[in-house]
Design a protein around this ligand. Structure first.
Ligand SMILES: Nc1ncnc2c1ncn2[C@@H]1O[C@H](COP(=O)(O)OP(=O)(O)OP(=O)(O)O)[C@@H](O)[C@H]1O
Length: 389
């Protein structure tokens, strides 16, 4: 019974890789297991969700996102699921991780996709202007209000209102937003009559919203009104090889935009991208690559061109936080034998010198023969070790 299940699951997995539907996978299951009438699929609660999961083809991108990691597969699926509802969505995630990209993806997959998508960065608008920006004002409502202005909430009618950096909303405005969410009506500054607005609310913050409530910087009643569907965007450092997928995607796009000839990253550069901590997430990766592309020439983008600061590498994070000081090479590429560190340092310089040993030797202030000798000794003593480049 168990082996039949495993066999049929394997079969379904093979088929689902080719992108066939759940129904095709289920049919194949019956063909693969003729005695499977005893295996009542419909009644088997454990196997059905697994088959369903296997029948969804893995995405390597979605609505502007690049990345095929399992973390991102979960995010893509959740985005599609939650987009169908009109319940408020509360997105959290570190700065530059893709919160706004999530908000636009939700809008594009929502029933109001044909309506407007209005994004308001609550941190970017001065507190005294925020109310009139959000809810509008009538002529003469305050000094400088020479004409009436429709607010962004009204502009979002029939679409999505994305309130980015919601934690920056001043407390008095939080109560006005709560009233709007409860009544569906906005009152422009200086007005005596309300306007009906019907829009989907999506908000985001890089801060911990519960901590904001606990420290009385965010109204608890507003938090519960907004925090109906929570969505967490994972930081870039937790997405494994996605970092390289994103970097390669951006490299192609940016090189073409800048009129440069870069086609790929060196393996040393890839290693650095994988071990960097990325506190600024994808935005930091974008900036790092853009800078490297603009300032350099060639086909291969090297580690030296990336010019990543050492203090944000994963090595510091691991040693100071969670990891044991005794680590094998396979655990963390930054913690390894001295000969390997030396080899990679030397090879990085050679790569930056486009393969010229004399130029690399001059930079390293050693004789070219030292480099040739070291290369021979690395090969002789560690023939099984992967090469640095
Ligand atoms: N997975 C991804 N693949 C490709 N590009 C991405 C990905 N995630 C984010 N980006 C890009 O990174 C940049 C930052 O994304 P976004 O503005 O959505 O982040 P954010 O979390 O809203 O940032 P902030 O906290 O500063 O508001 C954007 O240019 C976005 O297109």
């Amino acid at each position: 019974m168990l082996s039949q299940r495993i066999r049929s699951l394997k079969c379904c997995r093979k088929i689902s890789r080719k992108g066939t539907s759940l129904m095709t996978a289920l049919k194949a299951h019956h063909q693969a297991a003729p005695a499977a009438s005893a295996l009542n699929l419909a009644a088997d609660s454990s196997i059905i969700p697994r088959v369903r999961e296997l029948s969804v083809p893995r995405r390597h991108g979605f609505e502007g996102f690049i990345g095929g990691s399992s973390t991102m597969q979960t995010l893509y699926r959740t985005l599609i699921q939650v987009a169908r509802s009109d319940a408020p969505i509360f997105i959290t995630g570190e700065s530059g991780s893709g919160k706004e990209l999530c908000a636009t993806a939700i809008h594009r997959h929502s029933p109001v996709r044909d309506g407007p998508f209005i994004a308001v960065n609550c941190a970017a608008i001065p507190a005294e202007l925020l109310e009139s920006q959000l809810f509008g004002h009538v002529r003469g409502a305050f000094t400088g209000a020479v004409s009436a202005q429709q607010g962004l909430a009204v502009a979002a009618d029939g679409g999505t209102l994305f309130l980015d950096e919601i934690a920056e909303l001043p407390l008095p405005l939080q109560s006005k937003l709560l009233r709007f969410l409860q009544t569906g009506q906005v009152m422009p500054v200086g007005a005596t009559r309300t306007t009906e607005v019907n829009c989907r609310i999506v908000c985001a913050t890089h801060q911990d919203p519960r901590q904001l409530v606990d420290t009385h910087r965010f109204r608890e009643d507003l938090f519960y009104r907004l925090h109906v569907i929570p969505l967490k965007v994972p930081p870039l450092r937790e997405r494994g090889k996605d970092i390289l997928e994103i970097a390669n995607g951006l490299l192609t796009r940016m090189a073409s935009h800048e009129g440069k000839h870069f086609t790929h990253l060196s393996s040393c550069a890839e290693q650095q991208l994988l071990t960097h901590d990325w506190p600024g997430n994808v935005r930091e990766l974008e900036n790092t690559l853009r800078r490297a592309i603009i300032l350099n020439e060639g086909e291969v983008l090297t580690a030296a061109m990336l010019d990543l600061p050492a203090n944000h590498s994963a090595v510091g994070r691991h040693v100071t936080a969670t990891r044991s000081p005794i680590l094998s090479e396979s655990d963390d590429p930054w913690l390894r034998p001295l000969w390997m560190v030396e080899r990679d340092a030397i090879e990085t310089v050679i790569e930056a010198c486009e393969g010229s040993i004399p130029r690399a030797a001059a930079i390293l202030e050693i004789a070219p023969s030292t480099i040739y000798r070291k290369r021979l000794s690395w090969l002789a003593q560690h023939p099984e070790a992967p090469t640095a480049h």
